[in-house]
Design a protein around this ligand. Structure first.
Ligand SMILES: Nc1ncnc2c1ncn2[C@@H]1O[C@H](COP(=O)(O)OP(=O)(O)OP(=O)(O)O)[C@@H](O)[C@H]1O
Ligand SMILES: [Mg+2]
Length: 301
């Protein structure tokens, strides 16, 4: 099994802005990895460095044994990327789009034609094969872009920068299904602003904050990096008992959330049950973890 390894990746742009700071992690290149973080956290910078589009200021990385800096030509044959700002070419049909990408990657004419057909079919895009992409909705255009990298059958690692941004909830779920299938025999490295997507889709998650990797691992491992592992929710106007440990917040709709440790969570649950107070209890979600690590609370500290 191969690995993607980053060792101290740092990127300082010309204007001296530090977009990445000493990012190190190692991950097996199978399944799906999701990188999350606020606007400007450094997600695109990291993806562009790993996809050999951008040189790091310092640090190194390798993917499946190929070094990013010294073996970039070999590495490029093994990876594919759909950038954040990628658009289809308006005057090409869906099939021409995939076909020309494959020719550019070095496939023969016949292989490119066959793979383009297969890939469009895989993504349920057959009916758009001969339609100019300018006539397709934004979501379908994104699927066509995904079809290009799916067709690049020799690419074991696929980088997707915000693949589902702007898609409607149904199209998003359709795309998740496609990504899950792709993740069975490839490694998908994606970024997203939809935390539910990362939670549902990714085997491992990384959280970037101001260029630093503040959390990395499976969701169960991420939970260990925050102070409290449990969340209890109470309906509006419920009296909150004295806590031994934990944090209480109330949202606009009056729902109170108590974040606390396991022992205290179960003690409180017992108290609520005894007093017939309605409540829900669950392990903290990625949402809770994200807000804890990069949201208001973290900034106030
Ligand atoms: N070409 C560039 N030149 C100078 N600064 C840049 C360049 N590209 C990005 N930056 C800066 O580097 C930081 C990280 O940007 P990056 O695009 O990697 O963030 P991101 O996490 O992808 O954000 P978003 O969620 O908005 O896509 C930001 O402060 C950004 O302004
Ligand atoms: Mg970005």
């Amino acid at each position: 099994m191969g690995k993607l390894e980053c060792r101290g990746l740092t990127k300082v742009y010309e204007d001296h802005r530090k977009a990445l700071e000493n990012v190190s992690f190692s991950i097996e290149t199978n399944g799906i990895f999701a990188l999350i973080g606020r606007n400007g956290a450094g997600k695109t910078t990291l993806i562009r460095i790993l996809a050999t589009e951008l040189q790091p200021t310092s640090g190194s990385a390798s993917i499946n044994g190929l070094d990013l800096l010294t073996q970039e030509d070999k590495l490029r044959e093994k990876i594919a990327i759909v950038p954040q700002e990628a658009r289809t070419i308006r005057w090409m049909t869906a099939k021409q789009t995939v076909f020309s990408y494959l020719l550019w990657r070095g496939f023969s004419y016949n292989d490119a034609k066959r793979l383009a057909d297969e890939s469009l079919a895989k993504l349920g895009l057959e009916q758009y094969a001969n339609v100019m992409t300018r006539r397709l909705s934004g979501g379908t255009q994104r699927k066509v872009l995904l079809a290009t990298v799916t067709a690049a059958s020799e690419a074991d690692v696929i980088f997707l920068d915000e693949p589902t941004t702007g898609l409607d909830p149904i199209s998003r779920r359709e795309l998740w299904e496609i990504l899950r299938q792709l993740g069975r025999d490839r490694f998908i490295f994606l970024t997203t602003h939809y935390l539910e997507e990362a939670e549902q889709l990714a085997d491992k998650i990384g959280i970037l904050k101001d260029g630093k990797l503040v959390s990395f691992g499976a969701l169960s491992e991420l939970r260990k990096t925050v102070r409290y592992q449990y969340s209890i929710k109470l309906p509006p106007k419920t009296q909150v008992p004295q806590l031994k440990d934990g944090e209480v917040t109330t949202d606009k709709s009056g729902i109170t959330q108590i974040m606390t440790n396991e022992e205290e969570a179960f003690r409180l649950a017992k108290v609520f049950a005894e007093h017939a107070v309605k409540f829900s209890i669950a392990p903290v979600t990625l949402d809770d973890i994200f807000f804890y690590l990069v949201g208001q609370k973290a900034r106030d500290e």
